[in-house]
Design a protein around this ligand. Sequence first.
Ligand code: CAA
Length: 384
Amino acid sequence: MPESTAVRAFLTDSHVALAARVTEYAAQELVPLPEPPDDAAARAQARELLGRLGQAGWFAPIGDLDLRAACLVREALAAASPLADVVFALQALGTVPILLAGDRALQSRWVPAALAGRAMASFALTEPEAGSDAAAIATTARRDGAGYILSGTKTFISNAGIADFYTVFASTDPAQGNKGISAFVVAADAPGLMFVRPLVLSAPHPLGEIAFQDCRVPASSRLGAEGAGFKLGLATLDRLRATVAAAACGMATRALHEAVAHATRRRQFGRTLGEFQLIQEKLARMATDLTAARLLTYRAAWEKDRGAERVTLEAAMAKAFATEAAQRIVDDAVQILGGRGVLASHPVDRLYRAVRALRIYEGTTEIQHLIVAGQLLKQAKGVR
Ligand code: CAA
């Protein structure tokens, strides 16, 4: 379904072949899946999707740190099943910090299992008082002999309660602010780690709250140096924000496809909807915004893949533009579909509920705009 010629210049031949394979897989295996009717069913379907996506090899781009490939996979999954896309997103968020930190023992314990779909990952950064201001986290990791004791609460955690491991950010030295934050990998069955409650969204998405009550972890579960956790978290988000943009493009592509199909079929006042100029104007804007979003997305991913140390600016632009554009495109598709578009069973209604969170998670649009402006002002002052 994704129209790849617009971004062909950013892709290798193997990327193009991957896009075709994953798009076909998604159409055959994911499009027919029923939408889970409630949170328990969404959690069960997410676990099932984990195994299926892992077995099919779709998590490989995470292990290869091949950002364009990860974007292509998310684009295809999100177009077919937003829940499958969430499963991919969390495997990436939980696993990339382990890959970047470079500890061989932690990598061999968790990465192969995560990529094969045998271990479900999670990324535990957000707290009740630390959302956009991620450095304000209050969860502590206190040194105690050969390990640390974690205490605190994490909320809005995707895969809470169904993950096998959590990549957790906690303060080892609160006086140092963001330079006192460290990252840890914590197994879901660690004593003192508790699933507090699910948080239920309007779109299927396993989410919830977890708490650490004197949860003891060995020092060997720390990712990188003490105090290096915040930079590791931001470096992970820098890479993966382009993939959120890609997921938005996938949802927008599906919405545009549904809208065009309807506009050519549906007749009113003796003509197809597509013959009305007001509909044509909507379709033109949807297609143009989608193409611009895809160009920004694959530009960011290509910059990273070709060795840029940071793509903070490019990723923020891509995420902000693509998620905002996707929201408008999905909304326009609902409008073109009319009554059918608000039926809960219709694909565009599913997309309408699913696309909204993308403008919020992994950094809101407002935070992305602050990042873009901050980078511009730094460049103007000659600071890198
Ligand atoms: N690589 C390496 N270092 C990096 C980096 C990168 N990509 N990005 C930033 N850094 C460094 C900076 O250079 C800086 O280092 P120095 O202090 O040595 O100069 C340090 O990290 C801190 O960076 P900032 O000064 O930019 O940090 P800040 O506190 O001003 O950050 C912020 C501000 C951009 C708003 C940041 O807090 C942020 O991105 N907030 C949004 C939080 C967010 O995205 N949360 C998502 C939660 S996870 C989620 O949503 C997943 C889910 O559920 C599905």
